[in-house]
Design a protein around this ligand. Sequence first.
Ligand SMILES: N[C@@H](CCC[C@H](N)C(=O)O)C(=O)O
Length: 252
Amino acid sequence: MVVSKYSASGNDFVIFHTFRKIDRSGVAKVLCNRFSGIGADGLIVLLPHEKYDFEWQFYNADGSEASMCGNGSRAAAHYAFVNNLADKKMKFLTGAGVIEAEVEDNTVESQLTPYKFLGKYEDFGKKFKIYDTGVPHIVILENINNFDKNLARNLREKYNANVNWAEVRDNKLYVRTYERGVEDETLACGTGMCASFLVAKDNNLIGESVKVYPKSGEELTVSLKNGTLYFKGKVKHCFSAVMDGKNERDFV
Ligand SMILES: N[C@@H](CCC[C@H](N)C(=O)O)C(=O)O
């Protein structure tokens, strides 16, 4: 069994492709474990699809399945292209709908599925909005140094959403995200950066396109064109490894 490890702006993934569509929650937990596995925020499995270039299964590190992952969509597109599973421009099916992606060397742009506004709230002493950009995200617009892991954990549990602190400085967007399913802050979260973009835009703090910097410090671009979110940045293929003599069944 061959697996690849990718980092998409610091959000890291184990990726492989196969023909079998089975529950891989247990495999995700084993492979994503940072001490006894490969270590990653999520597992992505590419499967054949009759209409699209492929479909994917996405699992968080704790084995929970998520309908979408922005950074994962960029890593998966790069993996599909270099492994000859798709052309540079591709369409693939996720739990949230069809993603269109384009690979140009190590830079990948994904066109996300339509977003939904889920409401405006005041709770735990904070004002925030929730947008679904494929998965739900709470966005608190304030100094990102106020990022508070305990508060994020409480909000995540009560609203079953990822939690972002977002700040606009010098026309740039800075975002820190506590991710559901990793249950910690990650170095970057694509759907979180896109939700933060929407909230900053609602507040007239940015235009139709902005440079975004997650915790990793890597630069990405989020744009809104005709009501559709585009998300672009570099991905890194860290390595591919042969899991010697092993089948994924051996991991659960
Ligand atoms: N890191 C992802 C989001 C992955 C899913 C999320 N943790 C959830 O369970 O909602 C991204 O880049 O968008």
